[in-house]
Design a protein around this ligand. Structure first.
Ligand code: BGC
Length: 359
């Protein structure tokens, strides 16, 4: 076992009682249990995303068995403190923890390392579902559940996890496209939050003509899109979809009216990937017959895509390494110390990604 020295004086973590609104608190917590893995990591930062907000609002999340509180945080970045000699990581390495663990049964997908496709729902997720998250000053993981990052990404490494959601979505596009001749040119991304912007970034890296739709007309979102060399739209989703006629649409808002507009304007052989987690919208009327007819007559595909496996983490690490580091830095709107988590959770008008620092 090799290790680097760190000062250990209590450990602080952002915690929540799942299902209980207003329970989020930074507290002293126990050192991570060695049973969680033989790689000990010093937490450097965590990104905050919509899922964290949902957990804090009591809508989602599950504490580990036997605990009342869940340590939040799944968009991690840390530095290895201790790792066994046999491990692929060594002390000092910059790492990100993989969010989801396979279900214990395991189902056929998890048995193949494709835990992002878990079929029985018994998977666990750090900071979300039954496993301590990464918003703590130290955390542990098994050596095969951490991914080493290029040291140049030390300021932006928390963007790896959201990028894995995107690289998985792009992999779905390629695999579905293989059912026939496929050479996508035009891509529409709906939503210019972190997932949408990272999806656009990968689309540009792949050489596509990328269009991004969001609501705001100025500020960080249109600026980041323009810097990518992509086209920004701030209009009605149906009009933009009809105008762009994209081969691939990556939906990253989760907003039901946007999804309805996209379903109503599919072009033949389009692949529409849904990545946002929508709220129920029983008031929204959709003519399913027309949607189904258009899908059939146009060989259309609508696919849901969540989470990511090890392959997508490796793809995401390559995508970030190939990206413009200054552009990635500009995606992080604010860095807030752990103890001030409440201000990190309070959205500011031009926020793209807010990061909690843990040191
Ligand atoms: C995370 C995914 C996770 C999903 C559902 C997202 O915010 O990025 O890794 O699977 O939430 O829990």
């Amino acid at each position: 076992m090799s290790s680097v020295a760190i000062s250990v004086v209590g450990m602080r973590a952002l915690t929540v009682i799942p299902g209980q609104i207003g329970s989020a608190a930074v507290l002293d917590v126990d050192e991570p249990d060695p049973a969680q893995g033989d790689v000990l990591v010093q937490g450097l930062a965590v990104g905050i995303c919509g899922t964290d907000h949902e957990i804090i609002e009591g809508l989602h999340g599950q504490a580990p068995p036997g605990s009342e509180r869940l340590i939040l945080g799944h968009e991690s970045l840390g530095r290895v403190v201790e790792a066994p000699g046999s491990s692929a990581v060594t002390p000092g390495d910059l790492v990100v923890g993989i969010v989801r663990h396979p279900d214990p049964v395991p189902c056929s997908a998890c048995a193949h390392g494709e835990w992002d496709m878990c079929r029985n729902g018994q998977f666990t997720e750090h900071g979300i579902q039954g496993l301590a998250g990464f918003a703590s000053q130290r955390w542990r993981a098994q050596g095969d559940h951490v991914v080493r990052l290029d040291p140049a990404l030390s300021e932006v490494g928390t963007l790896l996890e959201p990028t894995t959601v995107v690289t998985k979505a792009w992999e779905q596009v390629d695999r579905i496209g293989e059912r026939a001749w496929f050479s996508p040119q035009t891509v529409l991304v709906t939503g210019a939050g972190p997932i949408g912007l990272l999806a656009a970034m990968v689309g540009v890296q792949r050489g596509h003509d990328v269009h991004v739709l969001d609501q705001v007309t100025e500020g960080a979102k249109p600026d980041r899109v323009a810097e990518l060399g992509a086209t920004y739209h701030a209009g009605d989703a149906a009009e933009v979809a009809a105008q762009v006629k994209a081969d691939v649409v990556i939906e990253a808002t989760g907003a039901s009216p946007v999804i309805r507009a996209l379903l109503g304007h599919q072009v033949p052989y389009e692949i529409l990937v849904l990545t946002g987690i929508s709220a129920p919208s029983p008031e929204l009327i959709v003519d399913l017959g027309t949607v189904a007819r258009d899908l059939v007559l146009g060989n259309g595909v609508v696919v849901g895509s969540v989470n990511a496996n090890k392959r997508h983490y490796d793809q995401a690490a390559s995508a970030l390494a190939a990206a413009d580091l200054d552009w990635l830095r500009r995606l992080i709107s604010r860095r807030v110390p752990l103890e001030d988590f409440a201000s990190a959770l309070e959205p500011e008008p031009d926020d793209v990604k807010v990061v909690l620092t843990l040191e």
